[in-house]
Design a protein around this ligand. Structure first.
Ligand code: CAO
Length: 433
């Protein structure tokens, strides 16, 4: 037996109106008690909106951009009557830190977004992060905000929050101060910034805000571009055998069978090369003094969506066959294109593939999705004349581009890795070895 209950915005103090910035659930999702349903934001703080009970989401009554207040209906939840009685009251409100001696309770300013990779638990209190030897106290959401702006929290040191905790407003003031202190001529590591231009002087224009995905991707790509010494190595491989196998398998599958594209073979071949060259399946420590070598093989796949580029992660590629990979790839791309990927679907990748093969191209220089150390770019295969020692032979050549972090991978290793990848693709029987 089950019944329906309403989950409402809890007591959030004397805040009359709060913005919903992110909704993390959808109808059909199973949620646990205290699981974050949405993220709310005031001009002072970001806070989680926790579920007051465990159950299945029947209806979501809020959307990003909504303004809510205490008591606003958030979701209708189907709860099992067998489960411990579910409170119909709103979830416990975040309360201020009571005393110095007791463990800190999260306050409105301190309640932060639960990171999706961590087990779901009560709202997380602010944590200290070491910045060049200095312990900056800030919530994960403020640290994320600072990272997005490239602000070193160690330079702010003390914020206006409780016990000197750094708030979002402190980060904003810091940025304003830097901007007005004559540092506007440069950005990042003293790099001159692009001057603002009034384009209306040349003709009509239309202003279009970038999607959130594009803005976040842009920040991340700029960070990687500025921090990593990147090298891109280009090559090509004849994939006639692979293509013949792919086509005949697709034909034997019939119209309703799973359709294989070359990408799943590339995924298997790439993992084979990563097994042979483990430094491609690693991450460099932030201090740059050690490598974390991964024993799992999860691949990020760049997917083009109407809102921008997203990178869902297909897990344990080494353990899966091409049909399963094809099914998962289709599912993930669909979720990506309809904006339904969960944050956890985009985490834990070891290396990324960016395939533009369905569109065209002969070569490009993809940017590494740090903290990964390499990315594989793929463009369109085409038949080309290849000299076999006696005559030119028509061969289906697939162009491949590998960009790698030169701090981790040297040129010779990059070339050897590419050779291993090509060998796997040229003779896919190798993938069985
Ligand atoms: N050479 C020739 N043909 C190719 C090919 C290649 N390298 N790769 C794909 N194709 C063909 C496929 O076989 C398919 O052919 P049919 O329509 O005849 O069946 C067609 O192109 C379309 O393929 P697809 O793109 O739908 O499927 P995929 O498995 O190759 O790729 C996905 C899936 C999700 C990676 C892709 O759709 C996508 O979004 N690519 C863009 C990624 C991107 O934006 N990268 C840039 C990031 S910037 O660093």
């Amino acid at each position: 037996m089950s019944s329906l209950i309403e989950v409402k915005v809890p007591d959030v103090g004397n805040v009359p109106e709060i913005d919903i910035v992110e909704v993390l659930i959808q109808p059909g999702d199973v949620v646990a008690v205290e699981q974050t349903l949405a993220v709310m934001e005031t001009d002072k703080a970001t806070m989680d909106l926790p579920s007051s009970a465990a159950g299945i989401i029947k209806t979501v009554h809020i959307k990003p951009g909504d303004k809510v207040a205490e008591g606003t209906l958030v979701v209708t939840l189907e709860v099992s009557d067998a489960a411990p009685a579910a409170p119909t009251e709103p979830a416990a409100a975040p309360t201020p830190t009571p005393t110095e001696s007791k463990p800190a309770q999260p306050s409105v300013e301190d309640v932060v977004k639960v990171e999706p990779t961590k087990p779901i638990s009560a709202p997380v209190a602010a944590v200290a992060v070491s910045t060049e030897g200095f312990k900056a106290h800030a919530t994960p959401s403020v640290r994320l905000y600072a990272r997005e702006l490239g602000v070193d929290l160690g330079k702010i040191q003390t914020g206006n929050g409780r016990k000197g905790r750094i708030l979002k407003s402190d980060v904003q003031s810091f940025v304003k101060q830097v901007m007005s202190s004559g540092a506007t001529a440069t950005s990042g590591a003293g790099i001159p910034s692009i001057p603002a231009v009034d384009f209306t002087q040349f003709g009509d224009i239309e202003e279009k805000p970038l999607s959130k995905i594009k803005r976040l991707t842009g920040q991340n790509l700029t960070r990687v571009w500025l921090n990593l010494p990147l090298v891109t190595y280009h090559d090509e491989v004849a994939i006639d055998e692979m293509e013949e196998f792919r086509k005949s398998t697709n034909a034997s599958q019939g119209k309703d069978g799973i359709k294989l594209t070359g990408l799943v073979f590339i995924m298997k071949a790439l993992v084979g090369a990563m097994q042979k060259y483990p430094s491609f399946n690693s991450s460099l420590s932030p201090e740059g003094d050690k490598l974390y070598l991964k024993k799992y093989f999860h691949l990020g796949i760049a997917v083009d969506t109407p809102n921008g580029l997203v990178v869902p992660v297909i897990r344990d590629v080494d353990k899966k066959g091409i049909f399963q990979l094809s099914t998962e790839l289709a599912e993930m791309s669909e979720l990506a294109r309809t904006g339904k990927l969960k944050p956890s679907d985009m985490q834990g990748g070891c290396m990324t593939i960016s395939s533009l093969g369905g569109i065209g191209g002969t070569a490009f220089t993809p940017i590494v999705n740090a903290p990964e150390v390499a990315i594989l770019g793929v463009t369109r295969a085409k038949v080309q004349p290849v000299w076999n020692g006696l005559a030119f032979e028509p061969k289906l050549m697939l162009p491949l581009d590998i960009t790698y972090d030169h701090r981790v991978i040297d040129g010779a290793e990059g070339a050897r890795f590419m050779e291993a990848l090509k060998a796997n693709l040229a003779d896919i029987r190798r993938l069985l070895l």
